[in-house]
Design a binder for this molecule. Structure first.
Ligand SMILES: C[S@@+](CC[C@H](N)C(=O)[O-])C[C@H]1O[C@@H](n2cnc3c(N)ncnc32)[C@H](O)[C@@H]1O
Length: 193
């Protein structure tokens, strides 16, 4: 989307498989892609950026406060002065308060996704994705499980308080609606260096 808006873009992910997938999706477009850890962005990128977007439910892979802070500092370093960091956290206060056990997430081109959620401790959320894939004659289930840190708005207030970002805003959607702890189903953070 950013590339289509005419911006010069680069992308990275810790997983070589995700980078291979991105490469497939971006075939024919000039977007530099690298396997990299966002806690150590400067190991992969020599350039600085005007915008860094940490995509949906990537940041909560940071399972400790220390890791989260290391990641924020790495992103801060990689921004130009006045540059903007966007984190789409994926996990929200409303989700953590209501603790649903199953979310029927989406159906698309022969696949259905269900999220099965566990809350083993106040700071942890375990998400098992059940993907049901339609085959020619039947249905094939695929499961995978990921552990996330249960990050709330207050978690980010703590992290950002320990960085040098100039401003930090919290939104409930990409129309910049103010984030509601009780209602928002997205937690989008926009911070400026
Ligand atoms: C829920 S997926 C989001 C995938 C994709 N970016 C999107 O929005 O469709 C979370 C991604 O975060 C990546 N990730 C987790 N820890 C990371 C880290 N330390 N550095 C870079 N990427 C990381 C995972 O490999 C995974 O691809």
């Amino acid at each position: 989307m950013l590339k289509n808006l005419g911006l010069q873009c680069c992308g990275s992910d810790l997983s070589p498989r995700m980078i291979a997938l991105a490469r497939e999706h971006l075939r024919g477009k000039q977007v530099a892609l690298k396997t990299a850890d966002f806690r150590k962005l400067s190991d992969a990128w020599s350039e600085n950026f005007d915008l860094i977007v940490c995509m949906t439910t990537s940041f909560p892979h940071m399972l400790t406060d220390r890791e989260a802070l290391t990641a924020l500092k790495s992103m801060y370093r990689q921004l130009n002065k006045g540059g903007i960091l966007v984190i789409d956290n994926g996990i929200t206060d409303a989700l953590l308060n209501s603790k649903p056990k199953v979310i029927a997430a989406r159906v698309s081109s022969g696949r259905a996704f269900y999220y099965i959620l566990g809350y083993p401790s106040p700071k942890r959320i375990v998400v098992t994705v059940l993907q049901v894939k339609k085959t020619q004659t039947s249905f094939k289930p695929i499961f995978y499980t990921t552990h996330y840190r249960a990050m709330q708005k207050s978690s980010f207030e703590g992290y950002f308080g320990r960085t040098r970002f100039q401003t930090v805003g919290y939104f409930g959607d990409y129309a910049f609606s103010q984030y509601s702890v009780s209602k928002s189903n997205r937690l989008i953070i926009v911070a400026q260096k």
